[in-house]
Ligand binder design. Structure first.
Ligand code: ADP
Ligand code: MG
Length: 639
């Protein structure tokens, strides 16, 4: 007899469970299922995210529903549309061998009349978000006056999201005799209040320590300067080529902006937040589940309860306002017994929050250092080597081999390997050569004497100030092209191009300084003499630029690293008039390949190694970028 059988579940459920591939019940299932099957009781079940709460109420619910009776017998309330759909889907799976059970999802953003029609056809179980449910009740589209079961799933989340009133109102529309099952990861006051108000002598089940995070998740933090947050995120992604992650930001706006930056920098990323339409959100989630998206940048609300298997990392790009929310974030990884890592990118002033979180999750954070350029290159190289090793050969290629051999036959094996790897890798190395180390450490770590990370030597790039800018219809890409041509330099020789309105900055290696000064100072642009000076800056492109040019517009951006990209193709492609429309739509790809200012993720097909992402990986960012586009709030995006 298998363990699920011992819990008292019937044949058709056992069969469905077999299909689901669950071998043993999880702890919360083991505790909740027999109790719920045995008698009609109220229950409060507290268990961390990812512990299988859906099945803990879903299995007994399916077994208790009378399939021959078409009336609505159960209402499941859940915080978000995503969760609502997820639970509906699960319940359908559980009941697939039980004829006649209908589960209907009710949530905002979709046709209410269609949902009402589905309910009319006979839905024994309604899974709903509180807002839409309330709406349906008000319009008399649904009758829950005779339900036997009401389940409050992720109760803490629903209350966090401000659904208290709705829940109270919905519950008051249900009969007193029903059973109420409340499932929650945490037990804040408000949840306790609901339990007290609406439940009678509930049995309480607690799995693991209350409020504690899942132990399959390890927690790490990286201390950075505030201006390096984004660079840190990129490096973490670069250092984890197989990353499959949810990246949390605090606001919709940051979520959108970070996703856009990542996409611009060639990562397969997408934004998920409340300003997207339902269809867009569905599309994003589908791509994420299909792993065409490696970095899902999300708000807390939008990502609530998302159950996607095998998420390797949760990244707290910014810590949440409410520390408790951290638990929900980190619960997106380490699910179903898998290991996961929850990363916090933190600045000095936020460090104390780490200890508060440690108290809540009852686990310690490990402080880590943002990998250096060299380390990242090593990781990526090894990843590439492994990828080459594991690549399956399509024998179509045999036809071309004689010609290829002809070209390559003089190379030794060693040379060949070196060159092959370099094809993919030169640009990566070039990028990290030009970018300084951003790691920083909290004092106790420094005291422990941990060694500084290795870094490429900065070849002492020279930063220039030039008196042409967006007013002359340049964006960073077109200015880079222009300089490249005018100076007859290669595409990697000019970097960190930062275009302002009436002036710009760029870097070269010192060997080109004479050329830059001689040639550029003697060029005229539409009748105006170009003036170039060496910026007193260190070539890192930081800070004081904005003050150049006598109080001209201060964009508030300090880093020449990614900022120019924003200034450039991306925005101008869309809000064209504003930036002079200097690039045509569709030129983004070219931008990635030719002129990227960031590590060339895109370039190397090798890097995106998530299964099934091959070939698809080119699609994903573009798609999400479209989502981002149409949904982008129309306000100025200059933060
Ligand atoms: P929670 O609601 O507690 O956050 P879920 O019910 O969403 O967790 O379950 C998390 C994941 O664990 C899902 O992918 C689910 O399919 C899986 N799961 C649930 N129960 C089991 C089980 N007994 N064995 C294996 N996997 C399970
Ligand atoms: Mg759940």
């Amino acid at each position: 007899m298998n363990k699920f059988e011992q819990l008292g579940l019937n044949e058709s459920l056992l069969k469905a469970i077999l299909d689901l591939g669950f071998e043993n019940p999880s702890e919360v299932q083991e505790k909740a299922i027999p109790l719920l099957l045995e008698k009609d009781t109220d229950m409060v079940a507290l268990a961390q995210t990812g512990t299988g709460k859906t099945a803990a109420f879903g299995f007994p619910l399916i077994q208790k529903i009378d399939a021959d009776n078409r009336n609505t017998q159960a209402l499941v309330l859940s915080p978000t549309r995503e969760l609502c759909l997820q639970i509906t889907n699960e319940l359908k799976n559980y009941s697939k061998y039980e004829k006649g059970i209908n589960v209907v999802a009710v949530y905002g953003g979709a046709s209410i009349t269609e949902q009402a029609r589905e309910i009319k056809r006979g839905a024994q179980i309604i899974v709903a978000t509180p807002g839409r449910m309330q709406d349906m009740i008000n319009r008399g589209l649904v009758n829950i006056k005779n339900i036997d079961y009401c389940i409050l799933d992720e109760a803490d989340e629903m209350l966090n999201m401000g659904f208290y009133e709705d829940i109270v109102s919905i519950l008051s529309d249900t009969p007193d005799e029903k059973s109420t099952w409340l499932f929650s990861a945490t037990m804040p006051q408000e949840v306790a209040r609901i339990a007290k108000q609406f439940m009678s002598e509930p049995v309480e089940i607690t799995v693991g320590a209350k409020n504690s995070g899942s132990s399959t998740v390890s927690h790490e933090f990286y201390l950075v300067n505030a201006r390096d947050r984004y660079e840190a995120l990129k490096r973490l992604a670069d250092a984890n080529p197989d990353i499959f992650s949810v990246v949390f930001c605090r606001t919709k706006r940051d979520t959108q902006a970070i996703a856009e930056k990542l996409i611009e920098d060639g990562y397969s990323a997408a934004a998920l937040h409340g300003d997207l339409s339902q269809a867009q959100r569905d599309g994003v989630m589908k791509s994420f589940r299909g792993r065409q998206i490696q970095m899902l940048v999300a708000t807390d609300v939008a990502a609530r309860g998302i159950d996607v298997d095998n998420v390797t990392h949760v990244v707290n790009y910014q810590l949440p306002d409410e520390i408790e929310t951290y638990n929900h974030r980190s619960g997106r990884t380490g699910r179903a017994g898998k290991l996961g890592t929850s990363i916090v990118i933190v600045t000095k002033s936020e460090l104390r929050k780490i200890s508060s979180i440690e108290r809540i999750i009852k686990q310690k954070f490990e402080e880590k250092t943002i990998p250096s350029g060299i380390e990242i290159c090593e990781i990526q190289l090894l990843h590439l080597a492994n990828k080459i090793k594991d690549t399956e050969v399509d024998h179509e290629i045999d036809n071309y081999l004689p010609a290829i051999n002809n070209v390559l036959e003089d190379l030794s094996k060693e040379e060949l390997i070196k060159k092959m790897v370099s094809v993919e890798f030169n640009r990566f190395i070039a990028y990290y050569k030009k970018n300084r180390d951003i790691s920083t450490q909290s004092s106790d770590r420094r005291e422990r004497g941990d060694s500084e990370p290795r870094e490429f030597s900065n070849n002492g790039a020279v930063r220039y100030f030039v008196n042409i800018g967006s007013r002359d219809n340049f964006d960073w890409m077109s200015l880079k092209d222009y300089l490249k041509e005018t100076l007859d330099l290669g595409r990697d020789d000019i970097f960190k191009v930062d275009v302002k309105e009436g002036f710009s900055f760029f870097n070269t290696d010192p060997q080109f300084t004479d050329k830059v000064m001689d040639v550029l100072n003697n060029v005229q642009l539409e009748g105006r003499r170009i003036n170039v000076e060496i910026s007193k800056n260190d070539g890192g492109g930081r800070r004081d630029h904005n003050n150049r040019g006598g109080g001209r517009r201060d964009s508030g951006r300090r880093d020449g690293n990614f900022a120019p990209r924003r200034e450039g193709g991306f925005r101008s492609d869309r809000n064209s008039s504003r930036d002079g429309g200097s690039r045509e739509g569709g030129s983004r790809d070219g931008g990635f390949r030719g002129d990227r200012n960031s590590a060339p993720r895109r370039e190397g097909g090798f890097r995106s190694s998530a299964p099934r992402s091959e070939g698809g990986s080119d699609r994903a960012p573009r798609r999400s970028e479209n989502f981002g586009d149409s949904s982008r709030p129309r306000r100025s995006r200059r933060d």
